[in-house]
Design a protein around this ligand. Structure first.
Ligand code: ASP
Length: 586
């Protein structure tokens, strides 16, 4: 037998047994006549002792071991005198009798311990070594347990796991595609799926009724901390359902994950917040509800008193930071700088403190009487000791987004965004379309297959921008963890949708003919959603970036620095694919 036990397994009850372990040398320490070896594998760390009085040669061999050597050790389990309460195996050690080096190792480029000295780039380059570290490995273990629970839950609800192809056609809507040239079809290209959206809808036309897939999706977008060019979705679709059915079933899945993975029992139904309210009260379609700090609109209270910034504003809104009146001038200046950063773009910040005697002192005192400031504080529900922060602007949406950033930053500063606290909600009733300045046309906010709300369908002809959709997002702690919609299943309505989105009938037929044709053969009412697996795992693991829960992620420029991809192709490959590369001049 190669090993009788793993390095995380042995306990005091095993004392006296002869065992064989195999693993990596985490560390070797020489103390007096003894040598201590920390032996590591996926399951844990076990201390191995070599006593020179027993066997000089063996002890010397142990002293020659370097970090990350792969070894096999046989010995006897013994109770430790100095126990280590931080290790599950900390009550025992192995008194070694035999040592075999299975494979030596070069000195690793960084220390492979929980706290490493390796910088980001180095660890990415040697990701296979980084994955030996317990904190990183634990994220992958968590990811595995989550996908197991997802499968268990969906299987129990009658879902079939069905694979859809990775080589599909390019779709113009949404993000940019990654494309793959076809050798057998010269000059033609596949695209990697941005999501299996249309395919899962076709599976509903096929009568599969309930489908899911834990599937890679590809989007050629600019990267952020919570984005990777390839990422994993838990993609689902159901037939003969209404929006409420989908919401309930997938809320059930979220609760199942919270319970089985985090041991948290969520008994209350999730809040369902119309998109318009989310924007009005939190300036975001993914509000972080771990803390309140709702926006209060102040146009009626503060406009018209000679303060030109407010007098010319289209929006004035504020938040109350409870108990933060102690903020110093310096802290408030820093907050002002924060919202003025180009990424946020506010022109400035007005603040007011409510004193212990109830008087309100603001940064714009010269324009407002105490009565007006009091009226403002009352409207906002601000009390003694509170800090009021106000943002204004000539574009309501933009000003709300700025106030949203300020709210999140205040929540962070006041310690209200605890990673172990979870606030879940559904944002519902999204607008069907949003205007794109770049394209100078309406774009689908979710995607072109989303069903408009029945009562809003007449407005498709008169005021499409006002049409709401049967679309919903699940949001946890300010992160969009999933989203979906009820779909159009009627060929005429689908054609109309493409028309509103600016497709000519020919173009719609060319791009989506397969779907509209399928709808002619008895498409059932259907809908679904996709959860972002990477985001779920990050949320449960308390990670700042989804990168840390992906075995081999890309860096911020979309590169895999370990594989050194992407890379140029050699001429032979290019020729086979009928491709010529022409780079813009540097
Ligand atoms: N395909 C959609 C997405 O990737 C999700 C869905 O509507 O089911 O966002």
């Amino acid at each position: 037998m190669f090993r009788t036990n793993t390095c995380g397994e042995l306990r005091l009850s095993d004392a006296g047994r002869t065992v064989t372990l195999a693993g990596w040398v985490q560390r070797v320490r020489k103390m007096g006549g003894m040598t201590f070896l920390d032996l590591r594998d996926r399951y844990g760390i076990t201390q191995v002792v070599f006593e020179s009085s027993d066997n000089e040669a063996l002890n010397e061999a142990a002293n020659r071991l370097g970090r990350e050597y792969v070894v096999q050790v046989t010995g006897t389990v013994a109770e430790r005198t100095a126990k280590n309460p931080h290790l599950p195996t900390g009550d025992i050690e192995i008194i070694a009798r035999e040592l075999r080096v299975l494979n030596p190792s070069e000195v690793p480029p960084f220390t492979i311990e929980d706290d490493t000295d390796g910088g980001d780039d180095l660890r990415m380059r040697y990701r296979y070594l980084d994955l030996r570290r317990a904190p990183v490995r634990r994220n992958l273990e968590l990811r595995h347990r989550m996908t197991m629970e997802v499968r268990r839950y969906l299987d129990s609800k009658g879902f079939l796991e069905i694979e859809t192809p990775m080589l599909v056609g390019s779709t113009p809507e949404g993000a940019r595609d990654f494309v793959v040239p076809s050798r057998m079809n010269p000059g033609q290209f596949y695209a990697l799926p941005q999501s299996p959206q249309t395919l899962k809808q076709l599976l509903m036309v096929s009568g599969m009724d309930r489908y899911f897939q834990i599937v890679k999706c590809f989007r050629d977008e600019d990267l952020r901390a919570d984005r990777q060019p390839e990422f994993t979705q838990i993609d689902c679709e159901m037939s003969f359902i209404e929006q409420n059915d989908v919401i309930e079933l997938f809320e059930g899945m979220a609760k199942h994950l919270f319970k089985t993975i985090r041991g948290i029992e969520l008994t209350e139904p999730f809040i369902r917040m119309p998109w318009a309210d989310a924007m009005k009260y939190y300036g975001s379609d993914k509000p972080d509800l771990r803390f309140d700090m709702k926006f209060v609109e102040l146009m009626d209270v503060l406009k018209g008193y000679g303060f030109s910034v407010f007098d010319n504003a289209e929006y004035i809104g504020g938040i109350v930071a409870k108990g933060a009146a102690h903020y110093t001038r310096k802290q408030l200046d820093a907050l002002t700088e924060y919202v003025k950063r180009p990424q946020i773009g506010a022109k400035g910040l007005v603040y007011a403190r409510v004193g212990e005697d109830g008087t309100v002192k603001s940064s714009v005192d010269k324009f407002y009487t105490q009565d007006i400031l009091r009226a403002m504080a009352d409207k906002m529900g601000a009390e003694a000791g509170d800090l009021i922060l106000i943002i204004s602007g000539d574009d309501t949406m933009r000003a709300r987004k700025q106030l949203c950033e300020l709210r999140l930053e205040m929540g962070r500063q006041l310690g209200l965004r605890d990673k172990d606290k979870f606030a879940c909600l559904w944002v519902v009733d999204f607008p069907m379309f949003e205007w794109s300045d770049e394209e100078q046309r309406l774009m689908a906010m979710h995607h072109p297959f989303t069903h408009p709300k029945d009562e809003d369908i007449p407005m498709l002809d008169t005021d499409p921008a006002a049409v709401r959709a049967d679309a919903y997002d699940m949001v946890i702690n300010g992160v969009e963890v999933g989203g979906g919609s009820i779909r159009i299943h009627n060929a005429d309505l689908q054609a109309k949708m493409f028309e509103i989105l600016g497709f000519t009938p020919e173009k719609a037929q060319e791009q989506f003919g397969f779907l509209m044709n399928a709808f002619k053969y008895g498409a059932p009412p259907h809908g679904g959603l996709a959860y972002g697996l990477d985001r779920w795992v990050s949320l449960f693991a308390g990670l700042d970036s989804i990168r840390d829960c992906i075995a081999f992620p890309k860096n911020n420029s979309g590169r895999d620095v370990m594989l050194d991809a992407p890379a140029p192709l050699d001429q032979k490959q290019l020729d086979e694919l009928n491709l010529a590369v022409e780079l813009p001049e540097a």
